[in-house]
Write a protein of this length. Structure first.
Length: 326
């Protein structure tokens, strides 16, 4: 099968190599110019203009997008008859607009917490000063995770101090801020593949470690490591989150990997955010746990077909190795 992997910054290189090793004819197109050297020497064919490859891929091949942001293009390709794994325009908004995602969660019957969006640090600061409680500061889109912060003080004074700093020194980077009421519990995510009609394969449970150093120390990163495992059947977390959003995913014609990260406590699961795409490094952990051929599986996801995914039981730990200055 002919497969083209469309990548933002080379994250899906490992997936492309696995697909090539399965015997497929694979090409990869990396969008960000600063990352186009990634994968040199690994034997994967690189292309500069992905749109010129549509005649090569044809309607029987497979197009894989590894990030959000291409939703409109994905929808158009599907309408034209191409097999596409990735997101959709509606899915992009779920990740890029956290408050919109919270509204969808609530409409689908999930438990939610107070969330507010602000176009500047100054406006967020004014809100926190009037609403003195523990807040979590998050950035929309793919902003650097080091600007995220979990409030510790009940009067919100630590969040106020942080936002004052952002208003003075980081206006450009902190121009789309979300404040979310802090909830105490265990952070746990449920992930599963959706083929536009229904879920395929097991539920993947995963716990992220985002702090730069062990022991929960240092600034937040995109992710330093993940603990993950597959769960057979529709477990409780799946039923409280992913199962409830099923009708909405059908509506937005989503086909790909979908994740809802939650805080779980005695009251149940409270969704924090949606990740409607491959997770990194969870995709690498999945590669260690999945026994079925990835090409067959992803083609079924793209074409809206059922698939009996074979997988192994056990726990997988994925570790990110970084070099200074990160």
């Amino acid at each position: 099968m002919k497969i083209i992997v469309i990548s933002k910054d080379g994250d899906a290189l490992d997936l492309a190599i696995r697909l090539r090793n399965e015997g497929h004819s694979v090409k990869i197109a990396i969008q960000d110019k600063d990352f186009r050297k990634i994968g040199d020497g690994f034997g994967v064919v690189k292309v500069a203009d992905r749109k010129k490859e549509l005649s090569w891929i044809g309607k029987v091949g497979l197009i894989i997008f590894d990030q959000t942001g291409w939703g409109k293009e994905q929808d158009e390709l599907r309408k034209a008859g191409y097999s596409v794994v990735g997101g959709s325009e509606g899915a992009d908004r779920l990740e890029f607009d956290r408050c919109h995602a919270q509204k969808i969660f609530k409409k689908c019957g999930m438990k939610t917490v107070v969330s507010r969006h602000f176009p500047s640090a100054e406006e967020a600061l004014e809100f926190v000063r009037k609403n003195k409680r523990r807040w979590v500061v998050k950035q929309n889109g793919h902003a650097d995770k080091c600007f995220s912060y979990d409030g510790r003080r009940s009067d919100g004074s630590d969040v106020s101090a942080l936002l004052e700093n952002y208003a003075k020194f980081n206006k450009d980077a902190c121009n789309s801020i979300d404040l979310q009421e802090r909830v105490v519990g265990v952070e746990l995510a449920a992930t599963r593949y959706f083929n536009g009609k229904d879920w395929i394969g097991p539920v993947m449970m995963n716990i992220e470690h985002k702090k730069l150093f062990p022991g929960g120390l240092g600034p937040k990163t995109s992710e330093m490591g993940t603990l993950m495992w597959f769960d057979d059947g529709e477990n409780k977390l799946f039923n409280e989150t992913l199962q409830k959003i099923t009708p909405y995913l059908r509506k937005i014609k989503f086909r790909g990997c979908f994740d809802i990260n939650c805080i779980v406590n005695e009251e149940g699961a409270i969704p924090l955010e949606a990740t409607p795409r491959f997770g990194y490094p969870t995709i690498h952990g999945e590669s260690a746990l999945v026994l079925s051929p990835w090409g067959e599986f992803l083609k079924a996801v793209a074409d809206g077909k059922p698939y009996d995914l074979k997988w192994r039981k056990g726990v997988c730990v994925v570790v990110l190795l970084a070099t200074p200055p990160f």
